[in-house]
Design a protein around this ligand. Sequence first.
Ligand SMILES: Cc1ncc(COP(=O)(O)O)c(C=O)c1O
Length: 364
Amino acid sequence: MLKHKDHFHGSDLEKIEELYGIRKEDIVSFSANVNPLGISPKMRSALIEHIDVITSYPDREYTALRSRIGEYTGAPTRNILVGNGSTELISLFIQMEHPKKALILGPTYSEYEREISLGGGTSLYYPLKEENDFILDVEDFKRHLNEALDLLVICNPNNPTSTSVTQKDMRRILDECKRHDIFVIVDETYVEFAPDMDAIDSVPLTRYYNNLVILRGVSKFFASPGLRLGYAITGNMDLLKDINAHKDPWTVGSLAAAAGELMFTDAEYIKKTRELISGERTRIYQELSSWDSLKVYRPAANFILARIEKEGITADDLFDHAIQKGLMIRNCSTFPFLDNRYFRFCFMLPEQNTALLKCLKEML
Ligand SMILES: Cc1ncc(COP(=O)(O)O)c(C=O)c1O
């Protein structure tokens, strides 16, 4: 069996190719959390007609794109800022807030901590508790908020736990943060996959709280990680002004802007994606819940976290077994608070999911 020290990110297909000798075209990535339907058909057919947009600079204000995002999210156009993936926006907002001490709800995506430490700040984690199935205990959490903190980061639904915080609970958290003058970043990269998106979407709260920014992107739901398009929504106009003065111009290319203008209006594709993910999420959660060899946590996003309960089997073993069949899952041992028993995978097409379940069952 091949042994590796590295753990692979969903985008590390080249590394896998090299280490395992499997062509990247033959790998089904259950670790990238990308919509298995591929890109919006409406965008695919119309984008080619817009190819000449690359002969000019994008509109510095991205007015048309922001207006489409406004219609899609329900936020006023003036409250929207676009960026080179949500990654650029995570970086920009953290740089502007320049936190000395930040609190991150974990285990979660590692980029927040990296950005905070690049700016010389310290990150503390509030751990979601396994015994609560990684569901946030809001009252206990509120007791950990205080004046010493200047930034809070929440990924909702959270990667990798796939748990979510309701809009109602988010309000309670925001009220407490307001009292202590804590700025809040909510990363909603996975929110459109949620079963009841309206119940957890915090965009409407940007009208009432000026200590809040919501970050989203098109990499996952719209299956376009190569496009590098993200957006931020905040009601804090002073902050937006500062960021606009500080950020580089044109970080979203004209082709990405044109693609964005098209994809947000593809209602049929959006509906189809939500239906597919919803059906597979229910089916897979039910199936895995019946296995004694696993503990699974009820997912709100397009992926599920599981803990191996069978003696002698680790997430490394499962990864190795699945990758030999071209199925790539995510070993979660590198996330804070998780260990070598945890793995995550996203929901792909039904037959691919069935193949993965069969493959996992061989070891579990
Ligand atoms: C929670 C979360 N936020 C942000 C990103 C990065 O998104 P983007 O491609 O929009 O920069 C990822 C990618 O894995 C993610 O999981």
